[in-house]
Design a protein around this ligand. Sequence first.
Ligand SMILES: Cc1ncc(COP(=O)(O)O)c(C=O)c1O
Length: 409
Amino acid sequence: MDSEDDFGPVMTDVTTEWDSKLSERSLTMKPSFIREILKFTQMPDVISFAGGLPAPELFPIREFEEACAHVLRNDGQTALQYSPTEGFLPLKEALAEKMNKYEIACEPNNILLTNGSQQALDLLGRVFIDPGDVIVTGAPTYIGALQAFKVYRPRIIGVPVDDEGMQVDVLEGILKQETPKFIYVLPNFHNPMGVTITLERRIKLIKLAAKYGIPIIEDDPYGELRFEGEDIAPIYALHKQNVIYLSTFSKILAPGIRLGWVVGPEGVIRKIVLAKQANDLHTGTFVQMITHDIMKRGILRAHSKELKKVYGERRHIMTCSMDEFFPEGVKWTKPAGGLFMWAITPEHISTMKLIDRAVEKKVAFVPGSVFYPDDTGDNTMRLNFSNAQPDMIREGIKRLGSALAEAMG
Ligand SMILES: Cc1ncc(COP(=O)(O)O)c(C=O)c1O
């Protein structure tokens, strides 16, 4: 008998109790409520305003096909090889040029490519947060940031957000008493609220943060999707030494490629690079080269123009439908860009309860409380307007209006 035939399962009575081996950190991880809701929304007859999904029919599939073929034909060996953690240099150069036009003065050394902005949020948590550290976010804020930061066990203080963004006067009160590691803000078309921080607030915010020596993380996936009004200077442009800026190709090209970038002071970027090295060595070379090819051919500009046109129309249809079908007493934001609207019901309505009634009526949204660091905001909800077709938006808002009317009596 040779040794290969000898090989087989080892019989013992001892099996590992995996739960007893889990780290304290992993015990605090919870599934995202949005992922739970997405289960319902995959049912074919449910109209979903729950996801944060771009319109798939607009994905530039043919352009991707051409870019893939071009990259493989011309530089296949590089594309399929390992590459530096910092990112593919020609893409960093193209991004630096793009950022400079967007008032974000930077060099390739200030840029790191990541697997989506979500990875950047995790790396920032890893680099900056020790257990028990205070950090400040909006209340509400992006749920994925809460999920990423919570792994590092900070104490999160939420600052209320209104139509003009984070309430800076409330922030000042907090900074008088606490020394957060950073302030995390969403400058444009906030997820979940759809609101944009005014220039006046940006200036106040940056002055306040500088006064107390607190860095700002500016997370801006939606800035290029403005369909109304004028662009506002990024917070980074107001004080680049104090700000780390994040953006992503997810909403301007396609989320499936998982490609985002961080801009910041060189020393900070070097630290994040070390964290990324341990995490995944580098972002996919192939995907970076394809994206670079797409950028070089000027496709992004034409594509974002189309996105803005379509999303602007869908936002308009959603607000008109709300005017028509939502009962008196429900209010909502009117975003000038991005993907999300935010509705506020009378205080006694729990949207966490309303979701069951809504799903029965074949429409879904995200209850707003999941976006608050302290689970408040139970009378709010997030509605996505980019993903559903116009006739579905009207029908979905009609169904939601009827669920709301029943709940409100
Ligand atoms: C504010 C914000 N930050 C980061 C992300 C993560 O984006 P990515 O797909 O680049 O990981 C999202 C995604 O919806 C977001 O809304």
